[in-house]
Ligand binder design. Structure first.
Ligand code: ATP
Length: 198
């Protein structure tokens, strides 16, 4: 199978993540999208990060009944910090029958040249880039070697979604309604446990 890996903290998983994952899973060159919940991102602050198992369960609830979208906790069981290249190598060894590609939001492409062993990632895996609004970290241009690389594929003709987990967290902390930013199972999961409150 051709698996597209969508790495994220999903803190929390919002409709943007789901629309993007679903769009990718419908492409003819992709069979399944796996949402890989990252326990700790070396490029991100950890203080606002919800416990790993809560984010995993939230993603699981969000993907209920979507056969082409799967959740993965593979990085929970790998040595920390989690480098994408190590996870990819591990997955390729575990599932030699599958072909793995990556899905990134355009903001992540800007910092891709800082990723550990990025040259090896881009040489061996196709990378799909979903467009993102300027405000979401798109001020700098990606490294030209990356932007023009044969394995980079920009996704076109899709809605640009101005939603981020930070925005959702800020709204939840201010006790503002998040209907339509979160799907119902995720909103319920958060409300039941009173998560992200100040
Ligand atoms: P935060 O606001 O906490 O930084 P986030 O909304 O960017 O979070 P992540 O879990 O960090 O969510 O994102 C996982 C992946 O999804 C990243 O590759 C990110 O670029 C992408 N992504 C998230 N939201 C969007 C969006 N609205 N449009 C395009 N890509 C997105």
């Amino acid at each position: 199978m051709r698996i597209c890996l969508f790495f994220g903290t999903f803190n929390p998983i919002h409709v943007g993540h789901l629309i993007i994952a679903n769009h990718m899973a419908q492409l003819s060159q992709i069979d399944q999208v796996w949402l890989v919940v990252t326990p700790h991102n070396p490029h991100k602050e950890k203080s606002t990060l919800l416990a790993d198992h809560l984010r995993l369960d939230m993603v699981r609830d969000a993907l209920y009944n979507t056969p082409n979208l799967k959740v993965s906790d593979i990085e929970f069981h790998l040595p920390k910090p989690n480098y994408t290249i190590s996870t990819l190598t591990h997955l390729q060894e575990k599932y030699p029958q599958h072909e793995f590609s990556l899905l990134l939001g355009a903001d992540n492409l800007r910092s891709f040249h800082k990723w550990y062993n990025w040259e090896q990632i881009i040489a061996n895996h196709r990378i799909y880039v979903y467009p993102r609004l300027k405000e979401e970290g798109l001020d700098a241009a990606p490294h030209p070697l990356i932007e023009q690389h044969v394995n980079i594929e920009f996704i076109h003709d899709v809605p640009i979604l101005g939603v981020s987990s930070s925005h959702v967290r800020a709204r939840l902390a201010a006790a503002k309604d998040c209907s339509f930013l979160l799907t119902e199972p995720v909103a319920k999961f958060i409300a039941d446990r009173a998560l992200y409150q100040k």
